[in-house]
Write a protein that binds this ligand. Structure first.
Ligand code: ADP
Ligand code: MG
Length: 265
């Protein structure tokens, strides 16, 4: 395991360059900047006169098209980090750039718009609206975007097809199994074609068979559609599906060796 703070190359380059980091496309067409750049992010929660600091100066790059799993003990700050990257929460200090945009500088409403357009969120459970069909649940995030009805219809159709639920489009959540509900949740997360999809314990509430199906679906979304994924889990088997595995311990990120040889650490 490597401490990310000691990571070579990229990390050093960013420290030397500091902000603004080189945000350009090289002449042969290679974009050099990571999709997500977390820089020295600290999050302090205050409860009365007590403070909790789950993240202390955490830095992390997530490359476009990567599949990153994040493990760590309960309360280690996994959800905190995921929510910061997803623009649901704000850091106490530090910066987070996604696709070159510093989301920590956005106003509350600009951040909400940014989230709707660029982030897909897969929850652990109980996330579908019970009075809406699978189709309507998947369409929901698109209603926040300036799309025509025809565009919405096309995107919802593609997303439901991607998760293998075209034939369940008119079913209500109560008519679906837990695994199917989660697949609808995944369709909803990818329907707006976001920069990144974040998943917080997406299999935490599922049986072994549904868990295996959901993990295989996430793996295929990444491998075949190039969806960039960040998945929080405390299941080592789930984490092993990812290309890159991280662990949070006492506010510090540790990196496992890359799963597949030939990929850069
Ligand atoms: P994990 O997802 O790894 O279980 P969390 O990120 O949810 O951990 O929480 C990390 C720590 O921050 C915990 O000690 C938790 O109690 C605290 N925490 C999280 N959210 C809040 C909040 N909104 N207010 C106060 N403390 C919080
Ligand atoms: Mg959590």
């Amino acid at each position: 395991m490597h401490n990310l703070a000691n990571a070579t190359g990229r990390e050093v380059r960013h420290q030397e360059a500091h902000a603004p980091s080189p945000r350009f496309t090289l002449s042969w067409g290679v974009t050099v900047v990571a999709l997500v750049e977390v820089r020295k992010v600290t999050r302090v929660y205050r409860k009365g006169d007590q403070t909790v600091t789950p993240l202390h100066e955490v830095s992390l790059d997530i490359e476009r098209g990567d599949f990153v799993s994040l493990m760590g003990a309960s309360g280690s700050g996994k959800s905190t980090l995921l929510n910061l990257i997803a623009g649901i929460d704000r850091p106490t200090s530090g910066t987070i750039l996604v696709n070159g945009q510093d989301i920590t500088r956005l106003s509350r409403s600009a951040l909400a718009d940014w989230r709707a357009a660029h982030v897909g969120y897969i929850f652990q459970t109980h996330n579908l609206v019970p009075v809406l069909t699978a189709w309507e649940n998947v369409e929901l995030p698109l209603l926040l975007l300036p799309l025509s009805r025809a565009e919405r219809r096309q995107r919802v159709g593609i997303a439901l097809e991607a998760v293998g639920l075209t034939d369940r489009a008119q079913h209500y959540p109560r008519q679906l199994s837990g695994g199917q509900e989660q697949r609808v949740g995944i369709a909803r997360a990818i329907v707006a074609n976001p920069h990144i999809v974040v998943a917080d314990e997406p299999t935490g509430d599922l049986d072994a068979e549904s868990t295996a199906q959901i993990l295989e679906l996430l793996r295929r979304l990444n491998a075949e559609l190039g969806t960039t994924l960040l998945m929080v889990t405390h299941d080592p088997h789930a984490a092993a599906v990812a290309r890159r595995r991280l662990r949070l311990e006492k506010g510090v990120l540790h990196e496992h060796e890359r799963a597949s040889p030939g990929r850069q650490a």
